[in-house]
Design a protein around this ligand. Sequence first.
Ligand code: HEC
Length: 194
Amino acid sequence: MKKDMLIALPVLAVAFVTALTVYAQQRTEKAGKTATAAQRGQYLVTVIGCSDCHTPLKMGANGPEPDMTRFLSGHPEQMGALPANKPQGPWLWAGAATNTAFSGPWGVSYAANLTPDQNSGLGIWTEDMFVRAIRTGRHMGTSREILPPMPWPAFRNASDSDLKAIYAYLRTIKPVANHVPDVQAPPTLVVQAR
Ligand code: HEC
């Protein structure tokens, strides 16, 4: 019995250490994958130009520039909801000076807060909600239609891994508390939840 124990103990110890090493390796691999996904996401967000509409422009020394303290935080709540633009001549739609609010035949739409802020950003959004929103063009993946000029009809063609990478990156940026106003869409355009 004693002899058995003497053999069993080192075997158990080796098994334990092996299990720990494998676990640590898997964790590092997983963390590595998330980091690579976030890097790929950062690349995609940069080259696609999500910031053009989702980061408000402010006036700088050389003209309008993105306000990086509000990076990807959407239409500033301080500006709030804006009256619809009246189209004139050939001009059908208009954008606010911040390039975060847009008035057109669809009503008035405001670029969303894409930061991970819990109450006003994508904080509560799951990866699945994000992918579904872009794929289906429905708010939070289930409700009303996502209005122009958000280019989801183009973005929906992205691969799952690219959309997940964008989501992973958006989780890593600085949360900014900014409540974006609700869309003002003509009743005919507000599509009810399916
Ligand atoms: C041309 C301007 C523009 C660009 C570029 C743009 N967006 Fe948007 N986005 C908008 C507007 C406007 C809204 C709000 C639409 C609405 O509320 O119906 C919006 C809404 C969203 C929403 C919220 C959808 C929802 O369910 O309410 C997400 C998520 C989003 N955009 C992600 C992105 C990402 C990621 C990129 C870059 C890959 C991007 N957008 C590029 C204008 C843009």
